[in-house]
Every structure is written in C-alpha cells, then in structure tokens.
Design a protein around this ligand. Sequence first.
Ligand code: SF4
Ligand code: SF4
Length: 389
Amino acid sequence: MIYRDFKGMKLSGLGLGCMRLPVIDGDDTKVNEDEALDMIEYAYNHGINYFDTAWGYHGGNSELVVGKGLSKFPRESFYLADKFPGYDLSNMPKVKEIFEQQLVKCRVDYFDFYLIHNVCEMNIEQYLDPQYGILEYFRKQVENGRIKHLGFSIHANFTTYERFMEVYGPYMEFCQLQLNWFDWTFQDAKRKVEDLSCRSIPVWVMEPLRGGKLIDFSEDEKARLDALEPDFAPAEWGFRFLQTIPGVTMVLSGMTHKDQLVQNISIWNTDKALSEADWDALQSIAADRIRKGSVPCTACHYCTTHCPQGLDIPWIIELYNQNKTVENDFISIMAVAALDKDKKPGACVHCHSCEKVCPQQIRISDIMADFDERLHPGRKSAESEGTGA
Ligand code: SF4
Ligand code: SF4
C-alpha cells in the first residue's frame, strides 16, 4: 500500500468508502453485515487505514457496521471519517444531536476526519446562516479534540465554492471532490483543484470510478486503451489518472465486492503516473461519452429515500442510459417491463424532491418522462387527445 503524508500522519493512498457495502436482496438499507465486516477486516489487514462513512449511507446503517467492524482494532491504528448531513436541510438545526449520535453509532469518542457533507447550491445559504451555528459548533469540537481534522465535500459550481471558502476556508484542512477522468472538467473539478492547491488544502477524492461506471469500457474504447497500456486492468486507468494529479492525498473507493477490494489494493501497491498519451486518450473517451448524452448518475442512492413513489431511481437511470446508447436495445425494455406498474418511470409524479439532493444535479423528473416516452412513444399525445387537453 502506498501511504501519503498528511500533517505527519501516514494515510493509505486508498481509503475504504463505506457507501456501497454489500447489501441483501438489492435493498440499499440492508447491509450484508457478515460480508461487510469481512471486507473491513481484509482492508485493515492489507494496509488500508482510512475508513469513510456518513450519516446517510445505507439509510444510516453504514455507520453502525463500520463502527462494529473497526471496534476490534486499537483506536489509534485507523482513521475514521464521518460527515454532517447538510444535504438534507431538515438536519441544519440538529447539528449537535446528529454529531452526538454519530459518535455512539460509530463506537468512538472522536472522529479523525469530519466533513461538512455535500456543499452545493441547494444548501449554501443554510451553511452560511449563523442561526444554525454549524461552523461554530464544529470548531468547538476541533478545540475539544472530538474532531481531529475538519474538512468538507462539495458538488457545487465555482461561485458557490468561493462563497463557502470565504467563511469556512480558514478552518478547512482538506476538501473532498468528485474527481475522475470523466469528471475532470465537470463541476469545475480542475479549477477547484488548482484553487485548493493555492490555498495548500489537500484533495480527497470521491467517486474515482463513478460507482463502477468507469470500468465499463466499450470494445472500441478498450482497443484504444489496450494499445497504450496492455497490462492495465480497467480500474487501474481510474486510479493511475488520480495518481497523476498533484495534491491528491486520499482516494476513496466505495467497493461492494471483496474481489474489487483485493484488486484495488494490489493496484495501490504502486504509484504510477499516466503518460501524456494515456491522459489524452482518457480525456478523448470522456468527451465522446459526454457527446452521446449519457446521464452521469453515480448510483449514490441519496435520492431514493426522497421519492414518494419509491422508485429505484439509479437503476432506472442505468436502464435509461443503456436504452439511449445501445442501438436496438431490448434488455432495458425487458427490465422495465419486469418492474411493477407503480415502480416504472411513468409512475414519477414530477415532485422534484429527488433533484434537491442529487449531487450530480441530474434532472431526474425529465429523465423519467423521457424514458417513459421512449418506452411508449406517442402515449402522452394520445392521452392529451383523449382528455381534450
Ligand atoms: S420527481 Fe419523480 S423520481 Fe423524483 S422524487 Fe418525485 S416522483 Fe420520485
Ligand atoms: S440520481 Fe443523483 S442522487 Fe440519485 S443515485 Fe444518481 S447521482 Fe445519486
């Protein structure tokens, strides 16, 4: 395992992100505890010393499993990160209550790293509003040693980032960004990395493989990459890309299967920057994918608990992407047909609740409508005629 220096600590270059632990029956809130605990132990025994959880991961159960898994190891032998869930505005007045519960859930009396979670356009006003006292509260926890290092994660545009930094910047020790070869220009990632470097704030990376979407290469993409680096595994492209960017200190990968963990740890046994040709090839593939209009869902599941219809939004978007990009695709059509009527894209009531929490700012309601129209062309206009609308 490669280790990176952070204020005199040796952090494993790869951290275990605990938002995609193995689950039972595809239910994101039901963590398969035996498998998850086995993965945590394997990670720990093979050099990973940074574990990242959050209030909202797996409907609140990630913190419980991570706390249980790490409780068997000496407290000073690992670094634990947790986050304040300000992506849900109803949590803003509950900062103390939530923090206290998080310590109990994780079975610790301090967090090594603590983040203001998902700063974005939707919550910046509240984060800056002194009535909630968020910064003040967390600064106090730093003073009393219950937070060792305070940082933030952000999915905002550069203007919102600057507004946040104006107030919070002097107290932020690290910044977690969505960074990968596909998103290098998305959400102003490149510009933020440069700005953070000027402020001497190191970068933590989330979604290095976009929830596994960046290891699925088409035949054509694979041929282009194999010509350059025939020995690279698909995930290696994502990780080597990040090893090329100065300032990247921590790369968090949310792994679901133990074999992914085993492979990723083996990649992180070496540090190897990409060549210019490698870098350009990835950027050219990213540009091609953006041109084709693929929806950039990372399957983070933040949206699903906000849907009054109980739609499996990330799954539907995955099928939508397939439907749009694969010619004459019948798999997505069959998969939607297998869903209950009240779980199909057409069951969306366009309330937009999901969009308020989507870090990728995806217009989910529009996608549901478009997918429904693609599956049933002309149905909407026929209904309009029927009602005389
Ligand atoms: S807009 Fe549609 S998908 Fe989103 S929360 Fe509302 S009903 Fe669910
Ligand atoms: S639609 Fe947005 S919030 Fe929902 S899973 Fe995808 S990226 Fe996450």
